[in-house]
Design a protein around this ligand. Structure first.
Ligand SMILES: [Zn+2]
Length: 235
C-alpha cells in the first residue's frame, strides 16, 4: 500500500515513472510524522508542487469570487471567533507559530474551527440526526486523504483531506473528519461533498472539544507555504 511507503524509498524509483499524487501523499505523511528533515522537505516542495500543478486541466477549475460555505447547513455564525491565530503557541505543541514543515508538532492555529450542533458528541446534527457534510468551497484537486485514525493515535488532524486550488495557488486542509468521501487524484467541484464533520484527532476526540471542522488554507508564494486568512471569502 502506497500510504505505508516513505518518500525516500519512493525517490529511488526514476521520477518520471512516479505519479505526483502518490509523491505528495508520501511527502505529506513524511512531514506529518517527521520522517523527513525540515530543510530537505522544504527543498523538495517546489518540485512536487510544480508536478501537481501540471496535473490540473484548466477546464476543471472555474474562477469564483464567492466560496461555498464548507459546512453544509451552517453559516458564519458557527465559526469560532478569533480562530485564526497562526503565531501563537497552541495546544500541547512546544513550538510557537505555524510552520507546515513541523508536521504533527506544529504550533499556531492558522485556521478557523466551524462548530456543529452536537451536544451528545455523536457526530450527528442534533436537529436532523444526520451526519453533517463538509463541502468543497471552490473547485479543488484532491491531493491526499487519510481515514485510518483510531482512538489513542497522536495524529492531531485525525481523518483529513488535503486539496489544491490551482487557480490561486492555495492548499486546503480539512481535519477531524468522521468519514472521508473525496478521493486523491480526483477533482471536487465547488459544493461537492468532501466528507463529514467528526471528532477524530488527538485533541478533537476529547470530551473537552465541541464537534467541529478544522479548516485551514495555505497560500503558496514563491515556493513557500504561508498561512492564509480566508475570513473575507466566507461571507
Ligand atoms: Zn482548529
Amino acid at each position: 500500500m502506497i500510504a505505508l511507503l516513505c518518500l525516500a524509498a519512493m525517490l529511488v524509483v526514476p521520477p518520471a515513472s512516479l505519479d505526483p499524487i502518490q509523491i505528495w501523499g508520501a511527502f505529506e505523511r513524511d512531514v506529518r510524522d517527521q520522517r523527513i528533515e525540515k530543510t530537505e522537505a522544504k527543498a523538495l516542495f517546489p518540485q512536487i508542487y510544480g508536478q501537481l500543478k501540471e496535473l490540473c486541466r484548466p477546464d476543471d477549475f472555474k474562477e469564483s469570487g464567492r466560496w461555498v460555505f464548507p459546512v453544509q447547513g451552517y453559516t458564519l455564525r458557527d465559526v469560532g471567533k478569533g480562530g485564526f491565530r497562526p503565531y501563537i503557541r497552541y495546544g500541547l505543541s512546544p513550538i510557537k507559530g505555524y510552520n507546515f514543515y513541523d508536521g504533527n508538532r506544529h504550533g499556531g492555529h492558522p485556521a478557523y474551527d466551524i462548530f456543529i450542533r452536537d451536544k451528545n458528541m455523536d457526530c450527528l446534527d442534533d436537529r436532523t440526526h444526520k451526519a453533517v457534510n463538509v463541502l468543497a468551497p471552490v473547485d479543488l484537486l484532491v491531493l491526499s486523504t487519510y481515514e485510518e485514525w483510531h482512538k489513542g493515535s497522536e495524529i492531531r488532524g485525525g481523518n483529513y483531506v488535503w486539496a489544491l486550488d490551482p487557480i490561486h495557488d492555495r492548499i486546503f486542509y480539512f481535519a477531524h473528519l468522521l468519514k472521508v468521501e473525496a478521493q486523491a487524484g480526483s477533482v471536487c467541484r465547488a459544493g461537492d461533498v468532501i466528507g463529514t464533520v467528526g471528532r477524530t484527532g488527538a485533541s478533537a476526540a476529547s470530551t473537552r472539544s465541541p464537534t467541529h471542522l478544522h479548516f485551514m488554507v495555505l497560500s503558496v508564494k514563491r515556493d513557500e507555504l504561508a498561512s492564509f486568512d480566508y475570513w473575507g471569502f466566507l461571507r
